[in-house]
Ligand binder design. Structure first.
Ligand code: UT7
Length: 330
């Protein structure tokens, strides 16, 4: 079997920077609380009319350009988002049209914070299995339009932001690039971080009562999610190293999903990794769900934090619960 590696990365962030102070005008919160409990200092919000498909398409354009190929070279689109422009069709087809691609497959992935790594595992399999040569994987979110900005929703609203990241996966010699992917889920916790309504199991699927009850806003059992996250991140990171006969000492960089600075710090401590080996940009973008890992990866590449031959672990945890890791030899 041939290998598969990331040959290009890209990102797209909305221009509008929203600092914690701005949120204090809309709800009972403070810059001090947000920074202490989450590490977030600012996030980006889109202007009206911009969807995750737009941000995703822009990130994809950058990733394709950085890969040194053209949109016509892409054989498959994988789009991960919990905030697609529409319930259907998914964002993948919108990117196919917007980038003027061939009539290639467009697969939408619904695994929230793990969506990008779930999507990357699909790209890995298709490229390693010689089904395709170039697979585009996008993680993009517009969450600012769907948050509860009243004090009732403050625990969730202060964390999340908008953004997009993308990669192109192409062929590599065996042993280089994506070494392995590890995906997990535990659906018994589905309601601990979810958006309850509108729901096709209700009839009619959208009602005034739902809206009055605020069921159309995301709800999170924050402490519970936190506790599970700090256990699963180290576990799935070690799983990827063990699978490849490596140890934590071999790891050059861990890029965890950017959920909360305290989670990232707890994970680094649990793995006994020095601070410089655990990437964080949550202070600038908040939690961008499926977009956070590809945005972080693109920044790491741009900043020269990853060199050829480095062992890099990407790891995620979030709604589902789902968690995952991907181990790379860059
Ligand atoms: O993307 C992956 C999934 N998401 C995550 O990984 C997030 C995981 N969870 C977290 O990051 C944290 O649980 C939160 C940041 C969401 C909350 O932090 P916490 O330290 O767990 O706070 P808490 O929910 O236990 O609330 C503590 C207090 C409460 O007040 P009382 O009941 O102690 O009086 C909250 O009402 O903080 C209050 N609070 C706030 N205060 C000011 C909650 N949100 C806010 C806020 N501003 N934004």
């Amino acid at each position: 079997m041939r290998g598969a590696r990331i040959i290009g990365t890209g990102r797209a962030l909305p221009m509008r920077v929203v600092k914690n102070e701005e949120l204090t005008l809309r709800m009972d919160t403070s810059d001090e609380w947000i920074v202490q409990r989450t590490g977030v200092r600012e996030r980006r919000y889109v202007d009206p009319g911009t969807g995750s498909s737009h941000l995703g398409a822009e990130a994809a354009r950058n990733a394709i350009a950085n890969a040194g190929i053209t949109p016509e070279d892409i054989d498959l689109i994988v789009f991960a988002s919990l905030s697609p422009d529409h319930v259907f069709p998914g964002n993948g087809v919108l990117v196919q049209e917007r980038l003027g691609m061939r009539t290639v497959g467009a697969l939408d992935v619904r695994d929230q914070c793990s969506g990008f790594l779930y999507g990357l595992s699909v790209a890995e399999a298709y490229v390693k299995g010689r089904f395709h040569d170039h697979v585009l994987v996008i993680g993009a979110e517009v969450q600012s339009t769907g948050l509860d900005f009243s004090t009732k929703g403050r625990d969730v609203a202060v964390i999340f932001g908008d953004g997009a990241g993308a990669v192109v996966v192409g062929p590599a010699e065996p042993g280089r690039g994506i070494l392995s992917s590890h995906l997990h889920s535990e659906g018994k916790y589905a309601k601990d971080l979810w958006l309850e309504a509108p729901s096709f199991i209700d009839n009619p699927w959208i009602t005034h009562e739902m809206i009055d009850a605020g069921k159309h806003f995301p709800k999170m059992n924050g402490r519970y999610v936190f506790t599970h996250a700090v256990r699963r991140f180290p576990e799935v990171t070690l799983e990827s190293l063990l699978k490849n006969g490596l140890t934590i000492a071999d790891l050059s960089l861990l890029i965890p999903h950017q959920a909360n600075l305290r989670i990232t710090q707890a994970v680094g401590a649990a793995l006994q990794l020095p601070e410089e080996k655990v990437f964080s940009n949550v202070e600038r973008y908040g939690n961008t769900t499926a977009a956070s890992i590809p945005i972080a990866l693109d920044e790491c590449v741009e900043q020269g934090r990853i060199r050829e031959g480095d062992i890099v672990c990407l790891a995620s945890f979030g709604s589902g619960f789902t968690w995952a890791s991907t181990l790379l030899r860059w």
